[in-house]
Write a protein that binds this ligand. Structure first.
Ligand SMILES: [Zn+2]
Length: 178
């Protein structure tokens, strides 16, 4: 079973891929935010994600934040960058439930939906998923960034730290943007 959580005003949802380095960072940021009087944290719940070693965190505050603030705090605490970018775009474009976490283990509060999908919630699964249909309706498969192109034969940016300035009309001509 998959448990769906839609972030409420007093919740920061974090999907962490590399807890080995990110968890200490996240904790230090959280402590700094608390001691600086910027966040008042009621509790933090941590459990495993679907993928071994990945973690899901729910930080519950005793005050509300805007959807944008929540996404930014999640990003600062090393939540997955692609997820956070999508959340911010969904906030900008008024997509329903812009910030949600699908997780295999329930948090303390009641979930907002459940589903029994077996596959990862990619576009195809989201199209069919009853939970996604209820929560995001027609915009459940909306995409903002296109598919990345990792073709090594098309790489033009130097990876040796050398200063490089590109005229994109020349560099990408007949390549990525053609
Ligand atoms: Zn589903």
């Amino acid at each position: 079973m998959n448990y769906w959580y839609v972030s409420q005003a007093a919740e920061i949802l974090i999907d962490m891929d590399k807890p080995g380095s990110s968890l200490p960072h996240s904790e230090s940021r959280l402590r700094g935010a608390i001691s600086g009087g910027l966040l008042s944290v009621k509790q933090v719940e941590v459990h495993r994600s679907f993928t071994a070693e990945h973690l899901h965190l729910m930080v519950t505050l005793d005050h509300g934040l805007s959807p944008l603030e929540r996404a930014v705090w999640a990003l600062l605490m090393h939540s997955d960058i692609y997820r956070a970018c999508n959340t911010l775009m969904r906030v900008e474009y008024d997509v329903k439930c812009p910030d949600l976490l699908i997780t295999p283990v329930p948090f303390e509060r009641k979930q907002d939906a459940v589903c029994f999908c077996v596959d990862k919630h990619d576009g195809k699964t989201m199209q069919e998923c009853p939970a996604a249909t209820v929560l995001r309706e027609d915009e459940r498969t909306r995409s903002f960034f296109g598919r990345p192109d990792y073709n090594p034969n098309r790489r033009v940016f130097p990876d040796d730290g050398q200063l490089a300035i590109f005229d994109t009309n020349v560099v990408f001509q007949g390549q990525r943007f053609s």
